[in-house]
Design a protein around this ligand. Structure first.
Ligand code: SAM
Length: 235
């Protein structure tokens, strides 16, 4: 039998608990039927896509901060980029490229371009192929306006680098959101050596989570939503 302590330290893929996640997932509603169908297909494939709970959070969060433009690091096949574009359409109007997204994997990048075109978001989303920093340099060179929301959802061991690199593109009242920062609860298990295949990500996220909490440039909070969401506001 597990003791209370061992229950607390038990790793699940679910950082809250299964019943709560299942309960909350009943409230999930895709922004459009087409995005809902795409999500179902991507989850079945599977390819990386933001969790339903994360999307639900982002949806209301965007209604609160209403960013005119969004920068995303980590496109995968473009689902979240299309979600951001559709969301902007709901509270404002889409009048041109307002979602900029960077992907370093060429196969993902090509597929994202196709999916985005297929669902009709081609005029509103700009895709950049390359490492985060290359994409950011390109966006800076184009002289794009600053971004009200920056969403970091790429290699977990490089979050600090992504954050530092993207700060120059953040609008004065902008907010940064990092996804997956509680990574299956693993960063919370201080003192335990993470299994080899998760070691780099776990240790890097633990360091990153502490960094954003202690760096005086930021106000930040970690939410146990989805796989962990960190909201960062430069102060
Ligand atoms: C979790 S997936 C993104 C999912 C996507 N945001 C969605 O919800 O539809 C992470 C993506 O980040 C990309 N990536 C990883 N490291 C990167 C880097 N240094 N620069 C740009 N993209 C990167 C990966 O190739 C992968 O496709």
């Amino acid at each position: 039998m597990m003791t209370d302590k061992s229950v607390m330290r038990h790793i699940t893929k679910d950082i809250t608990n299964e019943a709560v996640t299942e309960y909350l997932s009943n409230f999930y509603k895709p922004l459009t039927p087409e995005l809902g169908e795409l999500r179902d297909a991507l989850e079945a494939e599977p390819v990386p896509v933001i969790l339903r709970e994360t999307e639900d959070f982002l949806s209301t969060f965007m209604d609160v901060i209403k960013p005119f433009k969004v920068l995303e690091i980590g496109t995968a096949v473009g689902y979240s980029a299309m979600f951001f574009a559709e969301k902007i359409r709901q509270y404002d109007q889409l009048s041109g490229p307002q979602v900029y997204t960077i992907e370093k994997d060429e196969t993902m990048f090509r597929r994202a371009k196709q999916e985005i075109k297929k669902l009709g978001y081609g005029d509103y989303i700009r895709c950049y192929l390359g490492d985060c920093e290359e994409g950011i340099k390109q966006i800076e060179k184009e002289g794009s306006n600053r971004f009200g929301l920056i969403f970091i959802d790429a290699a977990k061991s490089h979050y600090r680098r992504f954050l530092e690199a993207s700060l120059s593109l953040l609008a004065d009242d902008g907010v940064i959101i990092c996804d997956d920062t509680l990574f299956q609860g693993r960063p919370a298990l201080e003192g335990e050596i993470p299994p080899r295949k998760h070691r780099t990500n776990t240790l890097a996220l633990r360091e990153f989570n502490e960094f954003v909490k202690t760096d005086p440039r930021f106000s930040s909070t970690h939410l146990a939503v989805g796989n962990g969401i960190t909201i960062i506001k430069p102060i």
